[in-house]
Structures are given as C-alpha cells and as structure tokens.
Design a protein around this ligand. Sequence first.
Ligand code: HEM
Length: 318
Amino acid sequence: MGFGQSSIRSFMILIFLFSYRQVSVNGQNLTEGFYSVACPLAETIARATIRTYFLVQPNIAPGLLKLHYSDCFVEGCDGSVLISGPNTERTADANLNLRGFEVIEDIKRQLEVVCPGVVSCADILALAARDAVVLTNGPSWDVKSGRKDGRVSLAANVKNLPSLSHSITVLLNNFAALGLNTEDFVALFGGHTIGTAACRFITDRIFSTIDLTIDPLFLAQLQSSCPINGSGSSRVALDTGSELVFDTSIFKNILNGRTVLKTDQILLTNPMIYRMLQDFVTFQRFNTIFTRAMAKMSGIGVKTELNGEIRRNCSKVN
Ligand code: HEM
C-alpha cells in the first residue's frame, strides 16, 4: 500500500513541475485587464508617465524596451533587473548602460499611492515596453498582467543573456529554450529599429578584427563615430537614419550590410532567416509577428505567489 501513497505524491510533484514549467515558459497565468478592478488606473498612469519622460528625453523609449528584454531573458520577466545593490544583474557588464530605471520607479511610486501593494514592477516593465514602442510609432498589443516580482538578482545570472559572441545556432537554441521560435527571434531583432549601442560593444569589429561583411562606407562612418579604444560615452544608432522611429528600415539596413552589432550581421548567414528579413521589410507583416513575439517574450519565466511578491519599491526586495 506504500506504493499508492508514494506514487500519488510523485505523481502530484510531476504534475506540479509540469504545470510550473508551462506557466514559467508561456506565462499562461497572465490575464488581460488584470488590474481593471484592483487598480483601474494602472495602465493609464504608466502610459502618461512614460509619455512625459519621452517628450523630454526620446531615447527613454529604446531604453525601456531593452530593459524589458534584459529582464525577461534572465530569471524570467520578474523585474529582477530593477533591483540595485552589489552583485545584482544591474552591475553585470552587459547591463551597465541600461536606462529607464527612474521611469519605472516613478510609475511605481504613483501606483503605490493609488493602489498600494497591487501592481508588480515586472508588470510595469512589460507595460512600459509596449508603450515605448507605441510612442515611437510602432504597433500596440494587449499586455497580459499578473506577474509577480522575483526576489533573486545576481550579476552571475546575466550569462544567460544572449551574447554578441554567440553563433546563430547558439542564439536560436537560446531563444527556443524560452519558447521563442525562429520567426519570433528574427522579429524581436526588429527591436533594434530604435535606440543606440555604446561604442564599446563594437570596437572589436570595426577596429581590431574588422568585419569585412560590413558595407565599407558604413564601416568608415562607424569608425569616425567611435573612439578607437571604445572608451567614453559615445553611442551609435542601431538603425542608422531612423533610430527614433519604430519602422522596418532596420531590416533594410541589415540586408545592405549596414549592421552595427555582430549579432545583427550573422542573421545574414542563415538562408531561412535571410528570407524572413526580406519579409519583414513589409511593415504589416513585421508588426503582426513582432507583437506576437513580444507577447510571448513578456510571458517568459513568470513568477507566481509561490516564488514571487509585489515589491513595494522596484529597486529592492520587500
Ligand atoms: C541576441 C539577442 C540580442 C543581443 C545580443 C542584443 C545586443 C544589444 C546590445 C549590445 C545593445 C547595446 C546596449 C548598450 O549600449 O547598452 C543593444 C541595444 C538594444 N537592444 Fe538588443 N540585443 C538582442 C536582442 C534584443 C531584443 C530581443 C530586443 C527587444 C525586443 C532588443 C532591444 C534593444 C534596444 C531597444 C536597444 C537600444 C537600447 C538603448 O538605446 O538604450 N535587443 N542590444
């Protein structure tokens, strides 16, 4: 009869692990209009605040989109990137130039006044990424909410963020492990239609081991914009000529070898991805796939009451 007891327990554990994985990977426990009763002003306050910052400082939009991506790929979309302090994700080399923290903090402060302890920082980040895209003329989508904030933020975990030195196969596997297919992968690269990169991320390919696949005129342009040792605060547009508008010119630039990051360049090495880049030059096609991929990305590794909380202050655990 011991068989019955322990089998049932093992079976229950398996069911729990299986459903937890589903929830973690796909964000199936998230719902639309999650705050419509508990905090009906949540989305309005978030949108208005981001707009106020954006009007003064337009580069806050790419900052917020990148912040959400950098959050989701490390420990899931749980606001772990927002936690400050020694050895947190924010201190990792790849995250040193992240921006937009003050916008999220500001939204959170306002929401704590109108509905204390209700809206998670992870949800604010997901809403902010959507609003940032919309403010730069990009498409909108419904953001499902209900994420809990994580309690773990370790610089060492930032190794899980896709790296500029990864091969296309490693990158595809990395995305696939999080439930994102090849089409999602290529569409999400469209996020580089807005924003800039610090010169230190490209010094190698434009000065040392020169990447000969870069368009020669464009290479010269990059070389004149960046200091040879990559130091200082110089930045270059990821989508030259259109860094503040969410459009498809990033795909034209990539197809023409006008690539800033090594990872954008290696997209050209895979024939299937090459065809997708060509498809995404059509704005409607790109919009449809990008919004679907963003909704999927925003559901990665979502935390629940079991392993998360609603932080009172986005930069520290309760
Ligand atoms: C293989 C995947 C990716 C790699 C290796 C990568 C790498 C980078 C790097 C090195 C930068 C410059 C960061 C800096 O200067 O601080 C950057 C900027 C950016 N990335 Fe990506 N990225 C990837 C995927 C994504 C995805 C999926 C999104 C969003 C959907 C995204 C959105 C952005 C944005 C908006 C910026 C500009 C940030 C700003 O102007 O502050 N990236 N990326």
